[in-house]
Structure formats: C-alpha cells, structure tokens
Design a protein around this ligand. Structure first.
Ligand SMILES: Cc1cc2nc3c(=O)[nH]c(=O)nc-3n(C[C@H](O)[C@H](O)[C@H](O)COP(=O)(O)OP(=O)(O)OC[C@H]3O[C@@H](n4cnc5c(N)ncnc54)[C@H](O)[C@@H]3O)c2cc1C
Length: 408
C-alpha cells in the first residue's frame, strides 16, 4: 500500500489528472468507481514518495483570487455561431490563437473503441476547431494533455487552454511558472459533470431505441434556436444516415444533468462556483439577457440575436483583457456586469446543491444499468410527458414571443 494518500474523501478530488501528469514514476493512474467517476490511484510498487502529486493538487490547496475586471454580453462575428453552444466566443478566441501560430486545447467528442468519449485534445488547424466547439455535458478525459501543454510552452509555442474551472486550475498548478506569457486560460461556467461511463451507457440505451449506431452527439443543436436541444446522428442497420433531436425535458440523461442529480461528488462543493475564477477569461451562456439587457436584443432593435445564441464573457486578468482587445474585431460586445450575469447563472455564486435523488439514481444505475434509470425517469414523468412533447416542438423564438405578449 502506498504511503501517500491523495484524498480522504471523494469530495476532495475533482479528477483533473494533474497528479497523474506530474508523477515522474508513472505510478498514478485513473480508476473508475462503481458509478464510472474516475479517481486517481497510486501503484505502491512504483511510488517513491516524492510528494509531487500532493503538492500539485490545486483543488485541495490553492485559493483563486482573480476578481472580474470587466463583463460583457458577447457573440462572435467571425466564426459559425450555429456550431457553438452559445455566442461562439470560444471559437473567435481560438481562431485568433491558431492564426497567430498557436495551439488550442479543448474538449472533443472522439470515438474510442466504438464509443463516444469526450477528451481534451489540441488543434492547430482552423478546420479542426469544429471538434472543440459545442458543450459536451460530461467530464472529459485529460490524458497527458498537461504534459503536452508544458512541452509546447517550453518550445515557445502559444497555447489557449480551455476547460472546466477545475481543469484550468489543475493545469496552472501543474505548470507553475512555465511559459506563462504564452498561455491563455479560458474557463467555462460549469455546474457539474457526469461520468463518461454513465454517458456512454445512456448512448447505448438510446441506440437500442433508435435501432442504429450513434456516430455524433451534440448537446446543443440550434436548428430550433438557442436553447437546450441536442441532436444524435446515427446509422441504421441498413446504413442509412439519420438524426434525432434530443429535447432536454424528454431525455433522462439531459434532464438529470440539468437538475444536478448525476454529478461527480466534488461538484456539489465546487470551490470555483464564485467570482474568483482560475481562467484569464470565463465564458458561459447569457441566461436572463431578456431581463438584464432587453435593449441589446434584435427583437427590441438591438444587435444580439436570441435565436442564434448569446454568451457572457467575464475578463478576470489583464492578460485576458489584452487578448480580447486584440481580437475585438471578431466580436460583438455589449457592456454588462458580473452581478447581472450571475443573477440567472447561480453557479457563479454557489455550487449546485446535492439532491436526495442522486444516490438513489446512481444505485439504480449500479444495480440495473442505465435501462433502469431511464425506466424510472419515464415512470416519474408519465403524466406530464404529452404536454412537454407538444411544448418542446414549438421553436424557442416563438415561445419567447408568446411569453413577451403574455407579459404586456
Ligand atoms: C459540463 C458543462 C456545464 C456547463 N454549465 C454551464 C452553466 O451552468 N451556465 C453557463 O452559462 N454555461 C455553462 N456551460 C458552458 C456553455 O455550455 C458553453 O460552453 C459556453 O457558453 C461557451 O460557449 P461558446 O459558444 O463560446 O463556445 P462553444 O463552442 O459552445 O464551447 C466550446 C468550449 O467548451 C469547452 N468544453 C466543451 N465541453 C467541455 C467539457 N466537457 N469539459 C470542459 N470543457 C468543455 C470546449 O473546450 C470549448 O472551450 C457548461 C459547459 C459544460 C461543458
């Protein structure tokens, strides 16, 4: 047994994999628990007790002290906004980095051994940027990304690294002072992450229903507007390409994700759910824009189109401010405040509350597989499903128009 203990409680490990990346002995690997959440484990026969793994753990030791410098309503003017979850700001920041000869790291939904797997990858061609666009509502696998970033920074390359706040913080402690001037950190507002294996089991269940093999899964499809509708593309047994829209309220996975029922243990005490962010820039959806800045909206004569998606962008450091100044030609910006953004984005103020249902759902998953979780969800929502079915198929813009008319 290793003498080093990485954590005493699961809530102390965010799964960023900084310890795996730093271990000179390759003595640390990630292992899934019964629910599929990945935790670091030390192989005692390889461990030399150097303690680097304990010192690199930003999650346990480092308090972030950035404070918002400025906050914007934002959307892209130079990339395809329809491929992004909200206003496409990530793609604009990333495009510029690639055009400067840099490399952009973010999450791509890769197919590994036939299974859709969210993973951090680096891209240096504009045509590959699409892989990183769009939210993947699952914890990504970091692999040796931190090592790659360090190596590239030491070669003098410019890097944009994006991820959840805990992943960004993990990279910061892993790097220390290495290559700081060439690194731009972008964290996304995050309310929690489900496990890869839970997501993959959901995909398998969906494949049974569709009688096909899912080849692509996008959580945020904008064909009916900016909202919470996904899309699964699949191949039928006769090799025909088909797709199905996944409405958040009808999908067990999506609904359990949004309600905060299936996150990793530490997400419920996330220390980054505040205004002290680890990234130079923080990106999210500008939920509640219609209340905070109605005059900015196209519907009221402004420039921001709710049908396409609108981001919030919080600048946390002078480096972030300088970068946004450089790329501002590609962005549509409107001034806002952190308080306004945080009003409808609770995870900028406090972590998701742990639900009583979480353990019950995870137990169902362990005992009866995803099938049992899905069956429970269907039973629970049996009565309201026909109404939800009709409501979901009304385009988001039409729903917003009706809501506005009713308010008058
Ligand atoms: C798990 C999760 C929870 C989120 N929760 C909220 C929320 O509560 N409120 C809110 O306003 N926004 C939330 N977001 C962020 C939001 O969905 C958009 O990603 C964000 O607004 C950026 O949008 P964009 O249009 O600029 O870029 P997009 O092109 O849509 O986003 C791509 C960016 O997201 C990153 N990304 C995608 N999936 C993951 C992942 N699994 N792990 C780490 N990084 C990932 C990519 O690396 C890239 O930086 C969440 C995102 C994720 C992944």
């Amino acid at each position: 047994m290793a003498k080093i203990t990485l954590f005493h409680d699961k809530a102390e490990c965010c799964g960023c994999e900084a310890c795996v990346n730093i271990c000179p002995q390759k003595a640390i690997h990630m292992e899934e628990d019964e629910y599929g959440f990945r935790y670091s484990c030390i192989d005692a026969s390889l461990c030399v007790e150097c303690g680097l793994c304990q010192r690199v753990c930003g999650y346990k030791q480092v308090e972030e002290n950035n404070v918002p410098v400025s906050t914007y309503v934002a959307c892209t003017l130079n990339t395809d906004i329809m491929k992004s979850a909200s206003g496409g700001i990530f793609a604009s920041l990333a495009k510029s980095m690639i055009e400067q000869g840099g490399i952009v790291y973010g999450v791509s939904m890769e197919t590994i051994s036939g299974e859709l797997t969210p993973m951090h990858i680096g891209v240096e061609k504009l045509e590959d940027l699409i892989k990183l666009q769009g939210s993947k509502y699952v914890q990504s696998i970091m692999g040796d990304t931190y090592q790659q970033v360090k190596k590239l920074l030491m070669q003098g390359r410019k890097i944009l690294f994006s991820g959840t706040p805990c992943q960004v913080a993990g990279l910061k402690t892993y790097l220390g002072d290495v290559g700081n001037e060439n690194l731009l950190l972008v964290d996304i507002i995050c309310h929690g992450v489900p496990s890869v294996s839970f997501f993959q089991s959901y995909v398998k269940e969906l494949e049974k229903k569709l009688k096909g093999k899912i080849t692509e899964f996008r959580f945020r499809d904008k064909s009916s507007g900016w909202g919470l509708v996904g899309k699964a593309s699949y191949l039928t047994a006769k090799n025909q390409e088909k797709s199905k829209l996944i409405y958040a309220r009808e999908s067990s996975y999506y609904q359990l994700f949004l309600r905060g029922d299936i996150y990793r243990e530490n997400c419920y005490s996330c220390k980054y759910a505040s205004s002290n962010r680890p990234g130079d820039i923080t990106l999210g959806d500008y939920w509640g824009i219609e209340h905070e800045h109605p005059d900015y909206l196209v519907a009221n004569g402004g420039d921001f189109d709710e049908a396409q998606g609108i981001s919030c962008m919080i600048i946390n450091t002078s480096k972030g401010k300088e970068y946004v100044k450089q790329v501002s030609d590609g962005l549509r910006l409107g001034t806002s405040t952190f308080e306004k953004v945080a009003r409808k984005n609770g995870q900028l103020r406090y972590p998701t509350k742990s639900s009583e249902r979480r353990q019950m759902i995870l137990d169902k998953y362990v005992n009866g597989g995803y099938q049992e979780v899905d069956a429970w969800f269907k039973r629970k929502n049996l009565i309201k499903m026909p109404f939800v079915f009709v409501l979901d198929r009304i385009p988001v813009a039409v729903k917003k128009k009706i809501r506005r008319m009713l308010k008058r």
